[in-house]
Design a protein around this ligand. Structure first.
Ligand code: PMV
Length: 332
């Protein structure tokens, strides 16, 4: 029996205009259109082998067998690929990330982008980036954006095929840097999949979604015109709105830690003092400090002086998903 394998790498992304909540949970169609920057230096590498001799999917994440929950989610995604390819074989999957997962650094984005590219290729499907993006979205909404590099927009879509991402500007368009101030490397207790389900219970969600097109327009223009101040104001507002929805859900979700708030306040003061820096926070306590390349050295120096900052990851705009190998053998 032939064993077809493929390896792909993908980077996470940080959303400047975030999505939170789904308009269709089964299809993972986001409640609003979002806009992100793909992050260089952080990556997930995933190898998928379909093997007719396997009795179930075998999944290893960062050197250990995957949890039951992770296996269920990955297998569900592989089922989609198996049905598209018309081939029932189970797979062995190895995935390795060079950064902590589940701590608000969008590990599901790089994981499902890499898995989608590797598995679809190993299954013999030939997909363009738009099709890969639609498929990656079914695993994790933000993964649809990690198919592309640079600055990327994910349309909320009305039906499966119009919920895809596309590039707004390439990675070399604007030398921004995301300095991720890590305050915990622990896995968050409530993942974004459960969080999306809670979003409609917040009375703020409706207005957050209604106003999203305005924020998106301002953010896209700020990126295209490289207007840092306009970008700073809109992405901080967007992040604060999402965390307001989280905090006012039932039950409430509070991802921010005291150290997170402390960093956010420092960032605001540094900007008042003339540094080009602003913050945005995903579903976790770690703070993404977006800054101009010129000011990033000083911002990083100051971040490392703050109590509770365990580490700082430095991420310029990065590239989209890439296939690194494809062959017909068993993995060693
Ligand atoms: O891709 P998911 O389902 O993990 O959701 C991502 C949600 C946020 O990261 C908080 C926002 C976003 O648009 O990336």
């Amino acid at each position: 029996m032939s064993k077809k394998g493929s390896t792909a790498t993908a980077s996470p992304n940080i959303a400047f205009i975030k999505y939170w909540g789904n308009r269709d949970h089964a299809l993972r169609l986001p409640a609003n259109t979002s806009l992100s920057m793909t992050l260089a230096n952080l990556r997930t590498e995933t190898t998928v082998f379909f093997d007719d001799d396997l009795q179930s999917d075998q999944i290893e994440i960062n050197g250990s067998p995957a949890s039951e929950k992770a296996v269920a989610r990955v297998s569900q995604h592989l089922d989609l690929i198996r049905s598209l390819a018309g081939s029932p074989a189970f797979a062995s999957i190895r995935s390795q990330s060079n950064f902590p997962s589940g701590a608000g650094i969008a590990s599901s984005a790089s994981a499902f982008a890499a898995l989608t590219a590797a598995a679809s290729t190993a299954a013999g499907l030939e997909m363009d980036k738009k099709q890969l993006s639609i498929l990656a979205r079914r695993g994790s909404g933000s993964a649809a954006r990690s198919i592309f590099g640079g600055f990327v927009q994910l349309y909320s879509g009305e039906v499966n095929d119009d919920g895809y991402a596309e590039q707004l500007a390439p990675a070399n368009h604007w030398q921004l840097v995301d300095l991720i101030a890590v305050v915990t490397k622990e896995h968050k207790s409530t993942g974004s999949s459960e969080g999306h389900l809670l979003a409609p219970t917040s009375p703020i969600q409706v207005s957050r979604v209604q106003d999203a097109a305005r924020r998106l327009e301002i953010c896209s223009r700020a990126i295209l015109q490289k207007d840092f101040l306009a970008l700073a104001q809109i992405i901080e507002q967007d992040s604060n709105l999402m965390h307001s929805v989280m905090m006012t859900s039932n039950p409430p979700l509070l991802y921010l830690e005291p150290e997170s708030i402390s960093i956010m306040k420092h960032v605001t003061h540094w900007r008042e003092d003339g540094l080009e820096v602003c913050y945005t926070v995903d579903a976790g306590p770690n703070i993404h400090c977006i800054c101009s390349s010129d000011d990033s050295v000083e911002v990083e120096r100051q971040l490392r002086l703050i109590d509770g900052v365990l580490d700082v990851f430095r991420c310029p705009p990065g590239n989209g998903v890439a296939l690194t190998s494809s062959n017909e053998q068993t993995p060693q």
